[in-house]
Design a protein around this ligand. Sequence first.
Ligand code: FAD
Ligand code: SF4
Length: 446
Amino acid sequence: MTTFLPIPKFLSSGEVHPAMTAAEAINEANRCLYCADAACVQACPTHIDIPEFIHKISTENTTGAATTILEENFLGATCARVCPVAELCQGACVMNKMAEKPIEIGRLQRFATDHLIEQGIKPFQAGPKTGKKVLVVGSGPAGLSAAAELAKTGHEVTVWERRELAGGLSTYGIITLREPVEIAQREVDMVRELGVQIETNTALKDGEQLRDVAKHYDAVFLALGLGAVPALNIPGAEHIMDGLRYIADVKTASPQAPEFHNVVVIGAGNTAIDAATTARTQGAQATIAYRRTAAEMTAFEDEYLFAAQAGINFVFLASPAEVITTNGQVSGLRCTRMTLGPADAEGRRQAIPADEADLILPCDAVIAAIGQEKFDAETGFGLPLNAGYMDVTKELAVIATELDNVFAGGDATRITGDASTVMAVQDGKIAARSISAFLDKERDNG
Ligand SMILES: Cc1cc2nc3c(=O)[nH]c(=O)nc-3n(C[C@H](O)[C@H](O)[C@H](O)COP(=O)(O)OP(=O)(O)OC[C@H]3O[C@@H](n4cnc5c(N)ncnc54)[C@H](O)[C@@H]3O)c2cc1C
Ligand code: SF4
């Protein structure tokens, strides 16, 4: 008989990490040593001046602290919630070496940026007009970050977003427990307040249209993210639900959001954890099936620990083989038992079938969360691709093509596999600088 685990309280109590009170924030800020050449600043991909903003919190200059954060990272409120801080800024905090708790940089960042949002303070304005027009395609962290920087420089910026709401995966992908939709939408509003025109339900269709808009705009920045969860090629695959769609439907309270009782999620990354956590918040039992072991999972370690606390079951060394249905309804997932073979060229041990009987996981839904689709000749807008990612020069976000005013960044270009919100924000910043330098050169030449 299946034992049904109770739903832990923290799964129904809003954001998983509580906000700091002003007293807590000042106390925590006073623990900071304000290191010169601080390691945390180098470890933050957007290089926020962390000692500076923490010092401002300690002197009760919360607006100043938030301004310092947003100068380097316009999506500071999102990053404060979603960054894997143990692997970035907090992981580099000198306190770790002194056997002390690291400074809670993420929560302090949230305290400052939430203050700005709650008070409706607008620390930045659009720069003096340059007369140049830039189109940004995609309104996720990369697109919004670039749009804000370009508007601050004085360019006229339009954003096209194919979905109903702007914000990319901050709006549709990252679960409410970590980031509510309202925070992502408030950041979208802050970008609009800089005079950026955000047109939703507006998609860039194909390579021909890209060539067309590249003639009408002085520069184009592609911040398209990646696609849906790829399809699995197993019997009964037509019954499998796309994990990203499931999370989005529940997060935006879509009437199409299904209600399940017992789900099996296939995958081992952050999307798998988020899909399983979403099912738990809906009152369902959730099991993650993965063909390797915990050591090979790609999810951030903190997320794995969080999932275990949320009562999510993990079945390792189990590779999906067939979705079982009864009277047309999903009733289970049959898995082949695996074992670990030798490491591949990247040092990752391969899963190979073990000589053991198959395993049946009973469930009423199978959800796939095995990464996102990349680009190909059909979907890649006729641009050069590298292993399914848009091929850009690392430093400059420039695409090596005859379209010299087309740039790209964010997940769509992150072939190195280190895709995350803060990386996308930094990509957007770098692209904005490259675009401004390109437009300056055009002006000087022309
Ligand atoms: C479930 C999930 C959980 C995650 N959790 C975390 C986390 O906890 N921490 C973290 O740091 N990162 C997390 N990530 C990763 C993070 O969300 C991404 O790295 C980040 O959103 C990438 O930003 P982006 O702007 O490149 O792309 P996206 O956020 O994907 O935005 C791309 C936007 O472009 C739009 N678009 C695409 N094509 C077109 C077109 N042709 N025309 C117009 N618009 C278009 C899309 O609709 C979308 O809005 C998570 C990702 C997922 C899937
Ligand atoms: S943006 Fe992320 S990595 Fe950088 S300081 Fe803030 S929480 Fe840390």
